[in-house]
Design a protein around this ligand. Structure first.
Ligand code: FAS
Ligand code: PHB
Length: 391
C-alpha cells in the first residue's frame, strides 16, 4: 500500500491528524493495532481545552460534543478544611469542556468511516525502515500477514508503549523522565457528580471528583504504584473518597454503582527532538504529562495541529522549513505543560517519604493560593490552556 502520510495509532493524536491532513488536501492511512471496539471503550481523559474544542468545530465534528458535553467554569481545591474556588471565567474569561476522550475517539472514528478515510484496525506496526530516505516504510502485521505501507512521511502517534519512538537510532533522541511511586485509581460511577471539578490534598492522599454527565461521575484516588483496581470494592472506594473529600458524615458525595475501574501510574516523560528524518512523533508517543493538569489529550491535539500545518505547507509549496522546526515549535508548549502538571502534582499529592517539612510547605503554598487572586489566576490560566500558536 502507498500513501503520503502513514499514521501509526488511532488514539486522539492519530485521528485528529488524519482529519487535519484531509482538510489540507493531504492523503493519509491510519494503522491501529487494536480493534475498533477496544479503542472506543478505553476510558481516559475528560477535560477539553478551548483549542481542542475549536479544532473539533473547525473539522465539523462538534455536533454531539455540543449536545452532550458539560461546561466547567469552576475549579475547587480542598485542603485542611479550606476550599480554594477558582472562578475560571472571572479569572481568565474562559472555561473548559468536559467530554470523555472515548466519546471524542468514537466521533472521530465514525467520521473516518463516513469520509472513507483509510483506517486499518488490528494492524500492528512491527517496524519502520527508510526513515532517513525519501520513501520510508511502515511494516505491519494484519490478519496473520506481513504488510508494508510506503509513505512520504510517518507520524508516530502510537502512545507511550508504541514502536515509533524506539525506531529513532540511539543517540538521536534524549529521554527526560520522572516516575512517581504512586498511581491514580480511576472509576466511573452511576452517581450524581459534584457541580465543580474538585481536587483535594488530604492526610490520606489525593482525590479528584470529575464527571462525564449529570448522572455519571469520574473519580480518582491516589494509590500505590502497583495497586490492583479489583482490590477496591465499591464500599471501600466510597468510604475512602468521603474521607479524602472532607465529607466524613457522607452528606455531600453521592454514592452509586461503580462500573469501570482503571489504574494509571503517574509519570512525566519527554523525548526530544520529536522528529527524525521522515518520522514525526506526536502525543503520548513523545511526551507524558501527569494527569493532574488534565493536559494529555489537549497536548496531543496541539502537536498534530502543528504537524498538519507543516505537512500541508510542504505539499503546497515543497518548502520544508516548517517541518524542520516542528519539534522546536512543539517542545515549548510541551515543557510548559509538563511543568504546570508537575507543579500541580507536587502540590496536591501525599509524598510520605518526604516527611512533615515537605507537607507543611505544601500547605503553606495552598494557603498562599487561597489568599492570592494573582496566584489563583496563574493556575486558572494554565488550567484553561495556553492559546495555540500556529507553526
Ligand atoms: P494514545 O495512547 O491514546 O493512542 C495511541 C494508539 O496507538 C492506541 O490506540 C494504541 O492501540 C496504538 N498503538 C500502539 N502501538 C501500536 C502499534 N505498534 N501499531 C499500531 N498501533 C499502535 N489525560 C488526561 O488529560 N486526563 C486523564 O485523566 C488521563 N488519564 C489517562 C489514563 C491512562 C490509563 C492513560 C494511558 C492515559 C491517560 N491520559 C489522561 C492521557 C491520555 O488521555 C493521552 O494523553 C491521550 O490518550 C494521548 O493520545 P495519543 O497520543 O493519541 O495516544
Ligand atoms: C477527568 O475528568 O478525567 C479528569 C479531570 C481532571 C484531571 C484529570 C482527569 O486533572
Amino acid at each position: 500500500m502507498r500513501t503520503q502520510v502513514g499514521i501509526i495509532g488511532a488514539g486522539p493524536a492519530g485521528l485528529f491528524l488524519a482529519h487535519l491532513l484531509r482538510q489540507a488536501g493531504v492523503e493519509s492511512v491510519i494503522l491501529e493495532s487494536r480493534s475498533r471496539a477496544y479503542v472506543e471503550s478505553r476510558v481516559r481523559a475528560g477535560v477539553l481545552e478551548a483549542g481542542t474544542v475549536e479544532t473539533l468545530s473547525a473539522l465539523g465534528l462538534d455536533a454531539r460534543m455540543k449536545r452532550e458535553c458539560m461546561i466547567d467554569d469552576g475549579l475547587d481545591i480542598r485542603f485542611r478544611g479550606k476550599t480554594i474556588n477558582l472562578d475560571l471565567p472571572g479569572l481568565t474569561g474562559q472555561h473548559v469542556v468536559i467530554y470523555g476522550q472515548q466519546e471524542v475517539v468514537k466521533d472521530l472514528i465514525a467520521s473516518c468511516i463516513s469520509l472513507g478515510q483509510p483506517l486499518e484496525f488490528e494492524a500492528k506496526v512491527t517496524g519502520l525502515t527508510g526513515l532517513d530516505g525519501e520513501r520510508p516504510e511502515i511494516h505491519y502485521l494484519q490478519g496473520g500477514e506481513d504488510k508494508v505501507l510506503t509513505c512520504d512521511f510517518i507520524a508516530g502517534c502510537d502512545g507511550y508503549h508504541g514502536v515509533s519512538r524506539a525506531a529513532v537510532p540511539e543517540g538521536k533522541i534524549t529521554h527526560y523522565e520522572k516516575t512517581y511511586d504512586f498511581a491514580w485509581l480511576g472509576v466511573l460511577s452511576r452517581s450524581r457528580p459534584l457541580p465543580d471539578m474538585t481536587y483535594t490534598n488530604s492526610d490520606r492522599g489525593f482525590a479528584l471528583c470529575s464527571r462525564r454527565s449529570t448522572q455519571v461521575s469520574r473519580l480518582y484516588l491516589q494509590v500505590g504504584a502497583d495497586e490492583n483496581p479489583e482490590a477496591w470494592s465499591d464500599a471501600r472506594f466510597w468510604d475512602e473518597l468521603h474521607q479524602r473529600m472532607f465529607d466524613a458524615d457522607k452528606v455531600e458525595i453521592v454514592e452509586g454503582e461503580i462500573f469501570q475501574r482503571d489504574v494509571a501510574r503517574l509519570r512525566s516523560f519527554i523525548a526530544a527532538p520529536m522528529q527524525y528524518g521522515r518520522l514525526y512523533l506526536a502525543g503520548d508517543a513523545v511526551h507524558i504529562t501527569p494527569p493532574t493538569g488534565a493536559k494529555g489529550l489537549n497536548l496531543a491535539v496541539a502537536d498534530v495541529r502543528s504537524l498538519a500545518g507543516a505537512l500541508g505547507h510542504f505539499y503546497r509549496t515543497s518548502q520544508r522549513d516548517k517541518l524542520a522546526r516542528y519539534s522546536e515549535h512543539c517542545l515549548k508548549r510541551v515543557w510548559r505543560t509538563v511543568g504546570y502538571s508537575t507543579r500541580m502534582t507536587e502540590l496536591l499529592h501525599k509524598f510520605p517519604e518526604q516527611g512533615a517539612y515537605r507537607r507543611e510547605l505544601q500547605f503553606a503554598e495552598l494557603d498562599f493560593i487561597h489568599s492570592s487572586r494573582a496566584a489563583q489566576a496563574a493556575i486558572a490560566e494554565q488550567y484553561v490552556g495556553m492559546p495555540y500558536e500556529p507553526i
